[in-house]
Design a protein around this ligand. Structure first.
Ligand SMILES: *Cc1c(COP(=O)(O)O)cnc(C)c1O
Length: 463
């Protein structure tokens, strides 16, 4: 499989090249040149790890042998808290939720990142290279990246978080990972300071080259790839290929719902994709009225969906524009300059034929968590409940609708306490989180001090 940039002015790469490159040199995002077609009937009844390996294989092509991919998926999902890996729970007639939060950090990012860490390690070993991954986190994505890289032989990872400004659960999920190749830096500053420091490290070219700096951010195609199989699994379980399904997806950077779109392009019968948002409703405004215009980010009870611009939307735009890379580049440049994305009526109509927007306020989020818990005993996190509410509102019998549950409720104890007055217990494999040893280094918000720490980490593990 060959990969092309959405902006048409970057080298064509194979899977390994795209994995290591992340963003394309022209500022675009890599996309597969074609959509492989699935033989759905042949995938029925397979264990999740095997299904995932078979769905991903055509995208990886000759870069990694099929049996190695299968070994990776087996290993990546073996430690999950559910044997089914991504179990379906029926909530109502035709309404289901698919739990994507049984991984080590209790959020759906583990689905892809557990694979991406292993893919990096494999490709780097073949090339006899190492990388140092640096990143900033306000709490959530850092832990999934750390869990993905911990103990990997070719990767060192250093994550900056704002000292004292993450929740206890979030900090402990990062700082109790004691692997030698992991370093947590608690920066005396804000999340923005942390992000600026990471950008400054990437901009320091001698340092960047010396450390082989890399990132595992959400625009990497491998992140999308690792999310396609659970859409295939859910559709198969509920009757595909003979019966179509709908999905409702709590959305931030548009990565998860883009994976659903990819599954559809591969032949999974999907009628509708519901893009579920909180009060940060740029995608809902686009789908309702072709109004993709940037406003300030407002904090909500579902912080992982607090976005201004969804970075992966560019991949859908490329498709809506019939893969016209020049027009995609022009549209993105204008969006950046004006804060408004000019999309033709024809392209917008193609989007609305498949995608529907849905938004929920914080107040309605809390009452929906409460009502669902009272009526069924099911406890949903403040992100997942928005997908579930969307599914309940928009279900069209007899088509099953599946709401993707993106995090475990125990990850967001404050919102759950507000909703139902009960502190949600951590699942068994994390129950001792508050008793585990923590390891992190406090540093000033100073580039030189932080580069010294990163250098120290990378040297120690190369030795
Ligand atoms: C990252 C995240 C989302 C948003 O997913 P995207 O792929 O960015 O759209 C939703 N919910 C939770 C819990 C998340 O961590």
């Amino acid at each position: 499989m060959r990969y092309i940039s959405t902006r048409g002015d970057a080298p064509i790469r194979d899977f390994s090249g795209v994995l290591l490159a992340g963003l394309a040199e022209d500022g675009g995002l890599y996309m597969p040149e074609t959509w492989p077609q699935l033989d759905l009937a042949a995938l029925r009844g397979l264990p999740y790890a095997e299904l995932a390996a078979r769905v991903m294989q055509p995208f990886i092509g000759n870069c990694i042998a099929p049996d190695i991919i299968h070994a990776m998926t087996r290993d990546a999902y073996a430690g999950f808290g559910s044997k089914a890996v991504v179990p379906l729970v029926q909530l109502d007639t035709n309404v289901w939720t698919q739990e994507l939060f049984h991984g080590p950090t209790l959020a759906f990012k583990d689905m892809a990142l557990q694979l991406v860490g292993r893919l990096f390690d494999h490709v780097l070993a073949e090339r006899n290279e190492r990388v140092t991954i640096v990143g900033a986190t306000s709490g959530d994505t850092g832990s999934a990246a750390i869990e993905a890289c911990a103990g990997r032989s070719r990767i060192d990872i250093c994550i900056l978080h704002p000292d004292g400004r993450t929740s206890d659960v979030q900090r402990r999920q990062m700082t109790t990972v004691l692997a030698d190749n992991v370093r947590n830096l608690a920066v005396a500053g804000t999340f923005d300071d942390c992000q600026d420091l990471v950008k400054a490290m990437f901009a320091d070219m001698p340092f960047r080259t010396e450390m082989h700096l890399s990132a595992v951010n959400s625009i990497n195609w491998a992140r999308i790839l690792g999310q396609i199989p659970y859409y295939v699994a859910a559709a198969l379980a509920l009757g595909a290929p003979d019966r179509a399904v709908d999905f409702a997806v709590p959305t931030g950077n548009f990565g998860n719902v883009l994976a659903a779109y990819a599954a559809r392009r591969m032949g999974v019968p999907i009628n509708r994709l519901i893009v579920a948002s909180n009060r940060n409703d740029i995608l809902a405004r686009f789908l309702a009225a072709n109004d993709m215009s940037v406003r300030g980010v407002e904090p909500s009870l579902s912080p992982s969906m607090d976005i201004q611009v969804s970075s992966n939307f560019e991949r859908l735009l490329f498709e809506l524009l019939d893969r016209d890379a020049q027009l995609t580049a022009k549209t993105m440049t204008e969006f950046r300059a004006t804060g408004h994305m000019p999309v033709s009526h024809a392209a917008w109509s193609r989007a609305t034929a498949l995608f529907t927007g849905f938004t929920l306020s914080d107040a309605d989020t809390l009452s929906a968590i409460r009502a669902l818990h009272a009526s069924s005993g099911y406890l949903a996190c403040p992100h997942s409940i928005i997908g579930i509410e969307a599914a309940r509102a928009l279900v069209q019998a007899p088509t099953p609708i599946i709401a993707e549950a993106t995090a475990h409720p125990a990850k967001f104890p404050d919102a759950i306490v507000q909703a139902i007055g009960i502190h949600p217990p951590l699942p068994a494999h994390l129950a001792d989180l508050y008793d585990r040893e923590e390891r992190y280094t406090r540093v000033p918000a100073d580039l030189a001090a932080i580069e010294t720490e990163v250098r120290h980490l990378a040297r120690r593990n190369a030795a």
